[in-house]
Write a protein that binds this ligand. Structure first.
Ligand code: CA
Ligand code: CA
Ligand code: CA
Length: 355
């Protein structure tokens, strides 16, 4: 009995050791309606615009909420405030608990969306940062350079903006600003962080798409990833309500994880292809049956019976070839799943469903 228990214990340890190897990837799909505080630090605040009154009294507020959604759950970071004759604003942010300055290479995939309810002053930032947020500052502190008092260049030494836009007059400016322009919508982007201290932002997942910005990081600071939404108003402008939605997030560590993530993406493409082949097969069977009906009716119009029979046979042959390509695709998915298992990755629920 004791021996059996020992065997079970050892087996249990092996299983949990296996599970631990899968924990190299930290991810959040924001699907349970609760912000995971082991992964995220959130915050924000209202601000004025003058150096001597940087807190402001414009009644700006912020919130963070995870929403369950039948299509795609998300974490929403929001800042809002009423119209006013004076300049007021604020920011809200979400920051990783994970410090990426740990001697490893990372690829961080995330799906996000800027969403705002008015045309004015909707700013978005994606940063690598030591976590610095000024207690007192003009609400423009995030994008003005040189930094506005009381924020100094030294304060910002551990903060790098990866998201910029180009102003026709002033050139490159920190942050992406939507002023009289529509949102870019829901997009999947990625950040590569090199252990040597280079961070790169891409407008595609897995470092695909275009390189938007590259920053050289200081190794003496921690490297957290932070998303910020900032909004404001002043005389003649509407009040504000700007949101930043994060739909999913994963931090892949090292080439093996990155390879595995790409294999998973390829399996998903093949799953889609299988679905499209099934749809084509259904259409071809319908064509086949229509010709059968035509033959049964014996009313061939201008066509010859022999040609109709031959056409039917050709369709049947096309269907058979397609069945073979389905089998080949399924075989190829199986091989990719075997490679995932060898890399210590689990089979996806969708794959289990297909089986
Ligand atoms: Ca959650
Ligand atoms: Ca989600
Ligand atoms: Ca606004």
């Amino acid at each position: 009995m004791k021996r059996l228990c020992l065997m079970i214990c050892v087996f249990g340890l092996m299983v949990s050791a296996g599970d631990t190897s899968l924990m190299r990837t930290i991810s959040d799909d924001f699907e349970d309606g609760v912000i995971d505080t082991s992964l995220w630090i959130v915050g924000g605040g209202g601000r004025g615009w003058r150096a001597d009154d940087p807190i402001g009294a414009g009644d700006w507020d912020y919130s963070h909420e995870e929403f369950i959604d039948p299509t795609d759950g998300y974490l929403r970071t929001r800042v809002w405030g009423p119209p006013s004759g004076l300049t007021y604003g604020g920011e809200a942010w979400v920051c990783t608990v994970q410090n990426f300055n740990d001697g490893k290479n990372y690829v961080i995939n995330f799906t996000w969306e800027p969403e705002f309810l008015d045309y004015h002053s909707n700013w978005y930032y994606i940063q690598i940062t030591d976590g610095y947020i000024p207690e007192r500052a003009d609400y423009h502190w995030l994008n003005r350079w040189p930094p506005l008092p009381p924020v100094t260049e030294a304060d910002l030494a551990g903060t790098y903006n990866l998201l910029w836009h180009t102003d026709p007059v002033n050139g490159p400016i920190r942050g992406l600003n939507f002023e009289n322009s529509p949102s870019i919508g829901k997009v999947s982007w990625s950040i590569a962080i090199d252990e040597a201290g280079v961070a790169r932002l891409y407008d595609g997942p897995d470092t695909t798409g275009s390189l938007l910005h590259e920053a050289t990081l200081d190794l003496s600071y921690p490297w957290y990833v932070r998303w910020i939404v900032s909004d404001g108003t002043s005389s003649g402008f509407p009040g504000g309500d700007a949101r930043l939605k994060l739909y999913d997030y994963s931090a892949l560590c090292g080439p093996a994880d990155i390879a595995a993530a790409r294999i998973q993406a390829s399996i998903a493409e093949k799953d889609d292809a299988l679905g499209r082949i099934d749809a084509a097969l259904e259409i071809e069977w319908a064509a086949y049956e229509a010709l059968e009906e035509l033959l049964e009716s014996e009313d061939y119009g201008d066509l010859k019976k022999g040609d109709i029979v031959a056409a039917k046979q050709k369709i049947h042959s096309a269907i058979q070839h397609q069945e073979q390509s389905k089998k080949a695709l399924e075989k190829s998915i199986e091989k990719l799943e075997d490679s995932l298992a060898l890399l210590g990755w689990p089979v996806s629920p969708k794959t289990n469903q297909r089986r």
